[in-house]
Design a protein around this ligand. Sequence first.
Ligand SMILES: O=C(O)CCC(=O)C(=O)O
Length: 299
Amino acid sequence: MRDIPDLPALSDPEAVQTAAHWRGLAPALTLSPEVSFDDGLHHRLSTAVLDGAQDDMCADGVFALPRLWDDGPARALRTGIDQLRGQGVHEVFALLYDEPWRLLGQLRPLLRRLLGPGCRAVPLPFVNVVPGGDAGFGPHRDRWTDPVDDQGLPKMLTTWVSLTDVPAERACLSVLPASADPHFPDELATLAIGDLRDIRALPVPAGSLVCFNQAIVHWGGKNFTPDTRMSFAFELERDGIEGAREPAIVLDEGRVTFAQRAAFLAAVVPGLYRNQTPIPLLDVARARALCPPATAAAA
Ligand SMILES: O=C(O)CCC(=O)C(=O)O
């Protein structure tokens, strides 16, 4: 965690704690006191789809489900993210609103299958805006120890959701599948890719899910187009693992409150980097004001 120097003063720090303040910043998005998770994807997450996802996850540590959602939520999030950025607010604050959590909640059957009951969304989530000419995160593994159980199922994974079309030339995700990685799962300190032909690019349309074991090598490519790529990601871990991260949102509780989301963002934002650039201090001040430490402890 970086040292946080003195934070810039906000003009009205108490307003930042209110839902009304955030609704005003991004009117395209909804912000309710509580989001109840629904099963709106049950028709798409059939047993055959879940079986295929589980097999791919065990073999390769990754799978994509293109166009899992129609364009409505992705469109609202794109507009909301533009509205936040237009007012100088970092895009990660889009995760305070209902839409990303609704989509995550709809993934519960899939996440239960991969991570077991009681799985938890944990800091770090991210919203990634990659304008033309920019690039996603460089090649990395997010985790270096104990990534899988005896069946090859992950202990921690990332759900990455495309909010724009993400063709190969617009900074799509690429991975080295676990099956092609001689260093997976036991030598995770090594990033080397022996044969570049093993790399798999994952171009997807808007509203798609890419799900991966956090210990595989992965990255976001360069955006060679004039159009911005947008995505958001949550990190999830199974219940009861060593080094469990807090504050966590337990998906089987079936809901997430505004206070929980505020505490989550307050925990996440100060440590965020993108390609070695830390999040602006004004956004750290916003996160602190959103959920001051005493409130965060009680949430
Ligand atoms: O969106 C990207 O460019 C990369 C995402 C990533 O590396 C991650 O979520 O761990």
